[in-house]
Design a protein. Sequence first.
Length: 321
Amino acid sequence: GHLPEDTTVRELLQAAYDQHRHVVDGAVATYIPQLAQADPTSCAASVASVAGRAFEVGDVDARFSIQSVSKPFVLALVVEAVGGERARNLLGANATGLPFDSVMAVELHDHRTMNPMVNAGAIATTSLVPEIAAARGHHGGACEDWDVVIDGLSAFAGRRLDVDEDVYACESGTNLRNRGIAHLVHSHGRLHCDPDLATDLYTRQCSVSVDVHDLAVMAATLADGGVNPLTGERVVSARTCSEVLAVMATAGLYELSGDWLWEVGLPGKSGVSGAVVTVAPGKGGLAVWSPPLDAAGNSVRGGLVTRTLSRSMGLNVFASA
Ligand code: GLN
């Protein structure tokens, strides 16, 4: 199966956007000014196919910080570098059923509650980045560590991505809880570099600036077995993609991941800026951005537009027809 033909995708995307863009529900994140000042009426959506076609609707020129949508892509880089079995042993793969910033996600019955889609597991994931840089012959430099992350995220997007330095500065001033989580993970022997270094790298990866088209292409690269369908570059292996998608399914929407699978039937990942990406394996990637969030920190319109698109394009992986 493939996505419907181009004209149909364009129509269905416009229809899903028109159906939900005026929904007034949820609240924008307020913990840093850049997110608090987001226009709650903003909405954009994009579909990118594994055939290399991309379609956008709404506020398509808006840039926003990637936030937790970075998690599956950094995980993919780490799985690719250290191997799936080692990554699963170190980072976990089971649902936490817990909020993204949960401290309990570290404490409950050892590593079986760690998951790279919530902060504890995501910071542990990022703590393996210095090991990747070292394996490439770069030792002990924060810049080299960062290059691994930004080069990898850029390859997923098919263009050079950059950090929003204002977001990074504000996030750095407010990330005490994440630093605490990193030290707690470290106390369990489950962090792989200095905890403050890991938190800083993680904070920087969350501050990367993207638009909705970038995110759809990144999702389409996971859908395309690790080959960016617009540039043709192989970013990670097909096996890495399937393993990352499994982890997204377990916790990509945090404590509401079961409801998401029920309604959308595809692996997804949300972030606190209001972005959500969804992967239809072998078909394409979806991305929606709309800042108002539900109580779990997932974009309200993002969920609605994605659910409508999954149904209208017949993407639910659990559906038999
Ligand atoms: N930077 C945020 C944090 O780690 C990202 C969280 C999110 O997008 N849910 O707290």
